[in-house]
Design a protein around this ligand. Structure first.
Ligand code: NDP
Ligand code: 2IT
Length: 445
């Protein structure tokens, strides 16, 4: 009989054609947990455990009609994939980007199951979004889209069932418009979304959490190897929520960040990225990185991609999936990189990941390294439930504690199964074990 893991990988590819990112995410997780599955193969087969793991509990796809400023009507597609609720209500962001399709949302939702488990908090896995492109839209157009999107989504979510948040293209502005529409239709002021504004139930430090959390785990990784991140050179991709606060925390910890990038080009600033300028350009003006040179005349702007060719000790991909391929990994290794830690979801291709690991680079996958965002979302849910708000210092201290524990949890899991230093295997096994236990306890549902 062939291996259960291999059969399921084959089945996922056959049953979900044209969803390469979903195949990639499933392959990475199932290959990592192969040792656990093979030790219990008969029982897991009888329970169809893996079939239940790789099939979302529910996937919702809907029409989103909205009217632009000229009065023309547009129709986008909305999605919410409620993947796994074994350990808590579905939790995960909403991506607004023209590249969004069902396969992208399924890959993100699948990753979210294990990430959320790793936080140690009671949240299940889900993800949603739309192929709507917020770029170049007026504020009123974004509002009308968000309202139309929520008019349908509100039927399926709630503070105790499914709690969406931000992701690419969805920040504080979009969450505000969606929250307003949810409240209007459902008549409920409840913690149905996280990443809310501070005046209506948001948590301090949620905006910073993913980037800060990434640096907390990088710091612990270095510490555990008897090293320090102070004075290290860091290369970051992206210029959005995750990248901005990763750069800020890296600088606070004494490292020097020399790059950032957006969807059209990248910046090299040998004196270190100016976070205030970056925030003005991206958060306030919603402009391109071409503007950066106006603030920092000694910096360079290049069209296209290229950050991975810059010599560094630490590389932090913080933009999007599959943005770091094997040619980039070769350059990073040639230039002596020590660590690659993923701020984005699945930014490193399978080949690049293998190359980095084979060459002794410390590699922490996104589901561990960027878990600080969703962890702090869960802290926002707690604050909403008790109708209190905690100080920035309190939330930040909890976030740091979660990331430090998470590092040791994945490090220990890797060691326990004979894969010391392989944080991909460690993260997938540690994330899976809790979900497995909860699924087993709850019967075949
Ligand atoms: P933002 O929309 O704030 O920023 C995304 C950044 O990446 C922008 O600079 C954008 O460029 C760039 N980018 C997006 N798509 C592409 C692309 N196809 N090619 C090149 N560049 C691209 O999103 P976030 O910072 O929130 O998210 C970044 C990553 O982190 C995503 O993978 C997301 O899933 C992940 N993540 C986010 C969390 C959060 O809390 N927000 C939590 C955990 C993970 P431009 O400025 O031109 O749009
Ligand atoms: O990928 C992610 O973990 C997020 N976009 C954040 C999800 C959340 O619910 O805060």
């Amino acid at each position: 009989m062939s291996s259960y893991v291999d059969e399921i990988i084959e089945q996922v590819i056959k049953q979900n054609p044209s969803e390469p990112e979903f195949h990639q995410a499933v392959r990475e997780v199932l290959e990592s947990i192969r040792v656990v599955i093979e030790a219990n193969e008969e029982k897991f087969r009888r329970d169809a455990l893996l079939e239940r793991l790789v099939n979302p509990e529910r996937q919702i796809k809907f029409r989103v009609p909205w009217i632009d400023d000229k009065g023309d009507v547009h129709v986008n597609t909305g999605y919410r994939v409620q993947f796994n609720s074994a350990i808590g209500p579905y939790k995960g962001g909403l991506r607004l980007h023209p590249s969004v399709n069902l396969g992208i949302i399924k890959f993100l939702g699948f990753e979210q199951i294990f990430k959320n488990s790793l936080t140690g908090l009671p949240i299940g896995g889900g993800k949603g979004g739309s192929d709507f492109d917020p770029k170049g839209k007026s504020d009123r157009e974004v509002m009308r889209f968000c309202q139309a999107f929520m008019t349908e989504l509100c039927k399926y979510i709630g503070a105790d069932t499914d709690v969406p948040a931000g992701d690419i293209g969805t920040g504080g502005r979009e969450i505000g418009y969606m929250f307003g529409q949810y409240k209007k239709i459902r008549g409920l002021f409840e913690g149905v979304l996280t990443g809310k504004g501070l005046t209506y139930g948001g948590s301090l430090a949620r905006t910073e959490a993913t980037g800060y959390g990434l640096l907390y785990i990088v710091e612990e990784l270095f510490k555990s190897h008897g090293a320090d991140i102070a004075d290290k050179t860091v290369v970051v991709s992206g210029a959005g929520n995750v990248a901005i606060y990763a750069i800020q925390k890296a600088q606070q910890l004494g490292a020097k960040v020399v790059t950032c990038s957006d969807s059209t080009g990248w910046v090299y600033d040998p004196e270190g990225i100016d976070v205030a300028a970056l925030k003005q350009i991206k958060e306030v003006d919603r402009a391109r990185l071409t503007e950066y040179k106006k603030y920092r005349p000694n910096s360079e702007y290049h069209e296209g991609r290229g950050v991975w060719a810059v010599k560094c000790d630490i590389a932090l991909p913080c933009a999007t999936q599959n943005e770091l391929d094997v040619e980039d990994a070769v350059l990073l290794v040639e230039n002596g990189v020590t660590a690659v830690c993923e701020g984005a979801n699945m930014p490193t291709t399978e080949k690049a990941t293998k190359y980095l690991q084979d060459n002794g680079v410390w590699f922490i996958p996104g589901k561990a390294a960027n878990a600080g965002g969703v962890a702090t979302s869960a802290l926002e849910m707690s604050q909403n439930s008790e109708r209190l708000s905690w100080t920035f210092e309190e939330v930040d201290a909890k976030l740091k504690n979660i990331m430090v524990n998470l590092y040791h949890n994945i490090d220990d899991a890797a060691k326990k199964y004979g894969f010391e230093g392989n944080y991909v295997v460690g993260a997938n096994i540690a994330g899976f074990e809790k979900v497995l236990d909860a699924m087993n306890a709850q019967g075949i549902v």
